[in-house]
Each structure stands twice: as structure tokens, then as C-alpha cells.
Design a protein around this ligand. Structure first.
Ligand SMILES: [Zn+2]
Length: 69
């Protein structure tokens, strides 16, 4: 059954890649890579500009607006 073999290999590779990606992400970005307010992933550009960012841009702006007032 070549089809079954291929599927099993693809699944294993996908799972492996996913695990590696999760580890790499944790090493590169300690803390949470997702916005703590809305749970959306923080854009990579924003994380590069502000590595300590814990929120996405709209949520950060909303918090800053709230803080000013
Ligand atoms: Zn957000």
C-alpha cells in the first residue's frame, strides 16, 4: 500500500516540523507570541520592532489610548 505509506510519512513529517517550529518559536521569543488581549498572533514585524510586545498593534493602540485619557 504505497498510498498508506506516503500518508504516514507525510503525517510524521508534518508533526515533526510542527514540533520543531514550536520549539524554535519558544527559543526565539520567550513569553507568549500571541496577543494577551485578543489572542491573535503578534505580527513578526511588530515583534522585531518591539520584542517585549505582548499585544498586537490594535490592542496596543487601544491600551495607549485608554492610558492617555
Ligand atoms: Zn490583540
Amino acid at each position: 500500500m504505497p498510498d498508506d505509506m506516503d500518508r504516514a510519512t507525510a503525517l510524521t513529517e508534518a508533526h515533526h516540523a510542527e514540533s520543531l517550529g514550536a520549539v524554535t518559536r519558544q527559543l526565539r521569543q520567550p513569553g507568549t507570541p500571541d496577543c494577551q488581549v485578543c489572542g491573535e498572533p503578534i505580527p513578526e514585524r511588530r515583534r522585531k520592532e518591539l520584542p517585549s510586545a505582548r499585544t498586537c498593534t490594535p490592542c496596543q493602540q487601544a491600551m495607549e489610548t485608554r492610558r492617555v485619557r
